[in-house]
Ligand binder design. Structure first.
Ligand code: DX5
Ligand code: ZN
Length: 214
């Protein structure tokens, strides 16, 4: 299982210490949640922070934009060092164009769906995607409870990806722990985001290793 720990639950007073832990861990990516207070009812951090994180982090950056009009920021996300740029389907009137812009900028293109958005919304774009991020909580905050209907959505998305000949990987974000992670692995997820489960663990490195072993 690919693992992308979410920096949102790290200690922002000790970011270099927490990123050093990520560097020494089995994490495959570092997940960065950008929030604008409009698309979601919270504000997190922006590009100046991501640039500094990128200098410290040995893992590729997985940037999840929970913002309106993400197409305005493709160049800034690329310049901040992201490997993956994920935008929300609900935030993009011209999703096909945004996806092409992300790929033209040399990044992997990801599209995220809120819990209430059906997988079928991606039918006409999934063949162009590198990644689909299914939200298993309503985005905006760490530490929320996993929405169980996500398991069925992972299965539906796995079928849609096969049907459309897509190479997209399935990432799931929100309320992931060892138990929900195991169920997501069973359902067909490729990559798990985990914030509070990792950074709240007595041994965060061991928590990452256990998820990676799923
Ligand atoms: C939520 C963010 C998540 C968040 C997950 O809106 O997109 O990435 O950090 O946190 P946990 O793992 O604590 O649910
Ligand atoms: Zn996220």
């Amino acid at each position: 299982m690919l693992v992308s720990p979410s920096l949102l639950s790290a200690d922002f007073g000790n970011l270099s210490r927490d990123i050093d832990m990520i560097n020494r861990s089995e994490a495959h990516y570092l997940h960065l949640d950008v929030m604008d207070g409009v698309f979601v009812p919270n504000i997190s951090f922006g590009f100046p922070v991501i640039k500094h994180v990128q200098r410290l982090c040995a893992k590729p950056l997985d940037v999840h934009l929970m913002i309106v009009e993400p197409q305005k920021f493709v160049a800034q996300v690329r310049d901040s060092g992201a490997r993956i740029m994920t935008v929300h389907q609900e935030a993009c009137l011209h999703l096909n164009r945004v996806v092409q812009q992300i790929k033209d900028a040399g990044m992997m293109a990801g599209v995220s769906l809120n819990p209430a958005t059906p997988v079928a919304m991606l039918r006409d774009i999934v063949a162009d995607l590198d990644l689909v991020l299914l939200m298993s909580v309503n985005p905006g905050f760490g530490g929320q409870r996993f929405i169980r209907g996500t398991l069925r959505k992972v299965e539906e998305l796995r079928a849609l990806i096969a049907e459309c000949g897509s190479h997209a990987i399935i990432e799931v974000d929100g309320g992931v722990n060892q138990d929900t992670g195991a169920q997501l692995a069973q359902a067909g997820a490729d990559m798990l985001v985990a914030g509070s489960h990792v950074f709240g663990a007595p041994d965060p490195k061991a928590a990452i290793a256990a998820l990676a072993a799923l």
